[in-house]
Design a protein around this ligand. Structure first.
Ligand SMILES: [Zn+2]
Length: 414
């Protein structure tokens, strides 16, 4: 439906959605699109979804409205499988690897590029740890818009290639996503680029919130007790929390007898980060409301190499409100989980996604989660985007365990 206004998540300032916007002009706060959900209540019902298109655009009423002659820029993103775990009862794997360009980033870019075209923007720029850049390149190509993408030079090969094949302007940067972000900020005004960085425009969140709608719909409107989400920039978690808020306003979830066993009805939201770059975990453990820039970020899970998330204050607030948790996983644990998911579940997960399994195992071991808890683990992307990265990690793990690998000439399990 029509966006009523954009609301600053820091100061509550309301801004018109008639023109493209980045962040709150007063305090740089993240802007959320707000709708007149009270007017929609009762008119848009859960049963209306039956038989609709199997993409995130099935939730069209709670996505920004377009004019009559406009169509969304879609490549079939969303409505990904919710798989029951073969290994753990009560665990589900939401497999975002089946999205166009192989990651959940497709959802955000489908919404952001749709709105960019709606506003008549011609040049979009993004700093990316990998998958967001690839997704922007493809959606911009589909929309006939130019894309300017800044990636670390050691980005997974697939991300660089997909962006180049889509004819995006790719700049490889000797540094991290934070260095890429600085370059976009420095140059955007002069070059006439619109910045679609994570949480620096309001519509990527709108696309990603559809994961929250899908979790509810695919579990027959019974929200899980917990959701584990790998967190780099954090938009997935922020978007899902917004979706839960909206669904409550629509009367779709909550109320007596609905959903989870705990009061509040919403799932505990759990962040997992790589041990080599865990600013949210550190802030959470220190009881802080925002995070500090992580120095010396290092992990093979490229999407988790985000030393400071722009929306860190929103993520930490969600963890707190939901009774959630923040956990880290070492590269060795993540690599092991990638193999475990492939061999036990048949899911070939991106390293970021496999980190969810590590978090689940740790939280079961320490009693934070029980075997009875219904838990959704998000696999955020496909391992097919990381073949070079996985091969390099394989070589590293062989060096770590030379003895185990080759005893008396017998080739070990690795
Ligand atoms: Zn503000």
């Amino acid at each position: 439906m029509k966006v009523s206004y954009l609301e600053c998540t820091r100061c509550g300032e309301r801004l018109s959605a008639d023109v493209p916007r980045n962040v709150c002009p007063k305090d740089g706060g993240v802007l959320f699109a707000r709708y007149d959900l009270a007017a929609l209540k009762g008119k848009f019902r859960r049963e209306d979804l039956r038989g609709r298109v199997a993409s995130m655009w099935r939730y069209g009423e709670v996505l920004p409205e377009l004019s009559d002659h406009e169509e969304p820029v879609t490549l079939g993103e969303g409505f990904t499988p919710m798989l029951r775990s073969r290994e753990h009862a009560n665990v589900w794997i939401k497999d975002e690897g089946l999205n166009p360009t192989g990651s959940f980033k497709a959802r955000g870019m489908s919404a952001a590029v749709t709105m960019a075209r709606h506003y008549g923007l011609k040049k979009l720029a993004v700093p990316s740890a990998g998958n967001a850049g690839g997704a922007l390149a493809m959606y911009a190509a589909a929309a006939g818009i130019e894309a300017y993408i800044f990636m670390p030079e050691d980005v997974p090969r697939a991300n660089r290639m997909e962006a180049e094949y889509a004819d995006a302007h790719v700049t490889l940067v000797n540094g991290l996503i934070s260095d890429c972000a600085r370059m976009v900020t420095e140059r955007k005004e002069k070059e006439g680029w619109f910045d679609v960085s994570t949480l620096k425009e309001p519509y990527r969140v709108e696309g990603k919130k559809t994961m929250g709608y899908e979790v509810a719909e695919q579990l027959d409107w019974k929200l899980p007790d917990a959701i584990i989400y790998p967190t780099g920039g954090g938009v997935g978690m922020i978007g899902m929390w917004k979706a839960f808020e909206e669904m409550e306003e629509l009367g779709w979830i909550g109320g007596a007898g609905a959903g989870a066993k705990r009061p509040g009805f919403r799932p505990r939201m759990i962040t997992v980060q790589a041990a080599g770059c865990a600013p949210i975990v550190k802030a959470w453990e220190g009881g802080k409301a925002s995070s500090e820039m992580w120095t010396g970020a290092e992990t093979f899970a490229a999407g988790l190499r985000v030393p400071k998330a722009y929306g860190d204050y929103l993520i930490l607030d969600i963890l707190k409100k939901s009774g959630g948790m923040a956990v880290s996983a070492t590269d060795e644990e993540i690599f092991g989980a990638t193999r475990q998911w492939a061999s036990m579940e048949g899911v070939f997960a991106a390293p970021e996604g496999a980190a969810s399994l590590v978090a689940y195992q740790k939280l079961r071991a320490n009693g934070f989660l029980s075997a009875e808890d219904t838990v959704v683990l998000f696999n955020t992307g496909s391992a097919y985007k990381y073949l070079d990265v996985l091969e390099a990690e394989e070589r590293k793990s062989q060096r770590r365990m030379p003895g185990a690998r080759n005893i008396g000439g017998i080739i070990g399990p690795y």
